[in-house]
Design a protein around this ligand. Structure first.
Ligand code: AMP
Length: 284
């Protein structure tokens, strides 16, 4: 496995793979890799011949008061994980390599897709995500790029961007990988104490209870939201930021579920901001 620190190195490796007729997969990450990332890399190795994993803590998607400086970084450990999971290249550029100067060009996905859910409390976040993904797509030229449904809004934003701008690749969304307690795996779980980690299991439990009520016939989003709020209130230190029911592809708000819905949650717990979600569907 190659560790490429520069754009030229990764381009060269990809170009050799393409000359051999290999299909290229990209898994964009910010490192501190866990089983969630591993599932994406394995899926990429299944569906493509040459897998590039980018490990880059992207400064442009962090707000001024967010955790860019303390975000966990450990390239050696990440490279091991990538190699075992079947990656061919780890692309791990320094910030200067990706942003040698202040950008004059940004990719902005407009409207509900970026204004609701996390976009409401993280202004500029999705501009940073859309811009860095565009840069990575242009550098790696993947046939397929793999994203986790854990970040459901990110999947919706990137799919829409690829469609709107006719980018020549396919976006593959992969299922959420969870700890035994149900807690969705996240690099930010490292910020939690042992007790907080146990408490955080209530988030996924509230989503499972919501799904059970929905499958039992409850389609009123206000009632389902109340159910989630009641469960979350069992842990008084959890501060909900949002609990939203939206159409999965457009993220338009929903009052009544007729067919499919995305229920998405963000909470604060101690030093961490945690997100989780579930697709509610009668035809699973
Ligand atoms: P991150 O390093 O947090 O930016 O995540 C990189 C990719 O891994 C994104 O597409 C995430 O959605 C995905 N991912 C993160 N956590 C999980 C998880 N628990 N299950 C599945 N995918 C995940």
């Amino acid at each position: 496995m190659i560790i490429a620190k520069t754009i030229n190195e990764v381009r060269q490796a990809v170009s050799q793979a393409k000359q051999k007729g290999q299909k290229v997969g990209l898994v964009p990450t910010m490192g501190a890799l866990h089983a969630g990332h591993v599932s994406l890399i394995r899926e990429a190795a299944k569906q493509t011949d040459f897998v590039v994993v980018s490990v880059f803590v992207n400064p442009t998607q962090f707000g001024p008061n967010e955790d860019f400086d303390k975000y966990p970084r450990n390239l050696n450990a990440d490279a091991d994980v990538c190699e075992k999971a079947g990656a061919d290249v780890v692309f791990a550029p320094e910030v200067n390599e990706m942003y040698p100067k202040q950008l004059d060009t940004w990719v902005n996905v407009e409207g509900k897709l970026t204004e609701t859910l996390c976009g409401a409390s993280r202004p500029g976040h999705f501009r940073g995500v859309a811009t860095v993904c565009t840069k990575l797509f242009n550098i790696v030229l993947p046939d397929l790029a793999f994203f986790g449904q854990k970040d459901a809004q990110q999947v919706a934003v990137i799919k829409n961007m690829v469609k709107d701008l006719n980018m020549p690749l396919e976006i593959v969304a992969c299922p959420i990988i969870r700890e035994e307690s149900g807690l969705a795996m996240s690099s930010r779980n490292k910020y939690l104490s042992e007790t907080q980690r146990e408490q955080a299991a209530v988030i996924s439990r509230s989503l499972r209870e919501c799904e059970a009520a929905f499958l039992d016939g409850e389609t009123d989003c206000a009632k389902l939201k109340l159910l989630i709020m009641t469960t979350l209130s069992e842990v008084p230190t959890i501060e909900p930021e949002y609990i939203c029911f939206v159409y999965p592809d457009t993220l338009e708000p929903l009052d009544e579920i007729t067919d499919r819905a995305l229920v998405a949650i963000a909470v604060r717990l101690g030093p961490a901001r945690l997100i989780d979600n579930k697709i509610l569907s009668l035809n699973k």
